[in-house]
Ligand binder design. Structure first.
Ligand code: NIG
Ligand code: FE
Length: 414
């Protein structure tokens, strides 16, 4: 197999030695770096690196690429997206600009239900075409791995259709790691109006086992919120997931606190996502368990709701993760560098902590940090070669900008 030797790298950040699977095993603020480096890639993997002061003599025929002083970070890992959807919801946003709230729009039949109507009406190929454009956008901005949720179908066929689109994207873009989360429990569909219990039973006892059998699901999720699903429903999903060996991610504490963080942690959930509303018992539960807190500052920014307490969680030694929550209703922006800036400006993370939260810790929350999320020997060669950096803080400092860079995913420049 051909080796690619990359020389003249200004600095490599996000390095891990063997065995480090999330930054809090060291400390979230530790962002290991080496300066004036070379790195070698063989096939999909990083195989060696070292200092330019001791550049090896290369066998003839080695392919060489001069990075001209570019700095390297791991490709981003986005652990929470609703990337597959049909159509957009600008009218709701302009209604919010005039004073309506997200909850009022949902109560009048818009919000998630608007996207459900759109996705039900879309055929597979148009859903795939729309989603592919977003995937290529996020990839061009340096995201190498991402999770994609269903949840705009809420019936068996449409949820299947969404997850098949995710599966098709994963097959079309093997240089990325694409993981599928079943969020059939995003809202109660009109067919089950007034009987959420029956819907949750149907999803957990009948549909999820079928989708698992078809290889469509990596994780399951539920929207725990007033007017959506409650603690008993969360328990039903946790039971189902434990039976089937699935990781659970939970939308929780977005608008209200109802004790679902503790319930999720006690039930062994892999992640609790959102946490814009947060109380003391939530922190105590997280400190005792092994569940990742996933913070979504884009959603707070776009909805004008509080930001999750990132600083508090990092100071408590928790493995803070940050994701985009990309979706057409509450976070319709794909730019990971803006998310990075918001993580510093609004969640209170330092640049190195935010970078860790969006790479290694995000990968750990998806159970893929043994292969991606950091620059390590034997890990996937998914890295961003960025020009013009003076400090790591240069990245979040230029908020809303994608820096000049080249994106390598699994050993190949895209
Ligand atoms: O994570 N909170 C629920 N789900 C999404 C929003 C979905 C939508 O508005 O379409 C979220 O913010
Ligand atoms: Fe979400």
């Amino acid at each position: 197999m051909n080796r690619l030797h990359i020389s003249n790298i200004g600095r490599i950040g996000g390095i891990t030695s063997e065995g480090v699977r999330m930054r809090n095993e060291v400390h979230i603020s530790e962002w290991s770096t080496i300066e004036d480096a070379w790195i070698q890639v063989e096939g999909q993997y990083v195989v060696e690196w070292g200092s330019m002061a001791e550049e090896p003599i290369l066998p003839p025929n080695t392919e060489i690429w001069d990075a001209h002083g570019a700095w390297v970070i791991p490709a981003f890992v986005d652990p929470h997206t609703h990337l597959v959807h049909s159509g957009t919801r600008e009218q709701e946003w302009t209604a919010r600009l005039k004073g309506a709230t997200y909850q009022e729009i949902a109560a009048s039949g818009g919000g998630i239900m608007q996207s459900v109507r759109n996705v039900r009406a879309a055929d597979v190929s148009s859903l795939l075409d729309e989603s592919r454009i977003r995937l290529e956008t996020i990839r061009s901005m340096g995201v190498g791995s991402l999770e994609i949720k269903s949840g705009y179908g809420l019936d068996f066929d449409t949820e299947s259709k969404m997850m098949r689109v995710t599966q098709a994207l994963a097959a079309e873009y093997p240089e990325m790691n694409i993981l599928s989360t079943c969020l059939a429990l995003h809202a109660t569909p009109p067919e089950y109006a007034g009987d959420a219990d029956a819907y949750v039973k149907r999803v957990t006892q009948e549909w999820i086992p079928i989708w698992v059998g078809e290889g469509l699901i990596d994780f399951v999720d539920i929207f725990c919120e007033q007017g959506y699903f409650g603690l008993d429903h969360l328990d039903m999903l946790l039971d189902c997931a434990n039976r089937l060996g699935l990781g659970v991610r939970v939308h929780v504490n977005q608008f209200s606190v109802m004790g679902a963080v503790k319930r999720a942690v006690d039930g062994g959930a892999l992640s609790v996502d959102h946490l814009e509303e947060f109380e003391g018992p939530d922190l105590e539960a997280l400190k005792k368990g092994a569940t990742f807190p996933v913070l979504l500052p884009g959603c707070s920014f776009f909805l004008g709701i509080p930001y999750a307490p990132g600083r508090l969680l990092a100071d408590a030694g928790l493995p803070v993760v940050v994701g985009s929550d990309y979706n057409p209703g509450s976070s319709p922006g794909l730019n990971p560098f803006l998310t990075l800036s918001l993580s510093c400006l609004k969640l209170g993370l330092m640049p190195e902590e935010a970078l860790n939260a969006m790479t290694l810790n995000a990968a750990a929350s998806l159970n893929i940090s043994d292969r991606t999320g950091s620059v390590g020997i034997g890990k996937e060669a998914s890295m961003l070669f960025i020009s013009g950096l003076r400090e790591w803080s240069t990245l979040p400092y230029h908020f809303g900008q994608v820096p000049p860079m080249r994106v390598m995913l699994k050993g190949r420049f895209i």
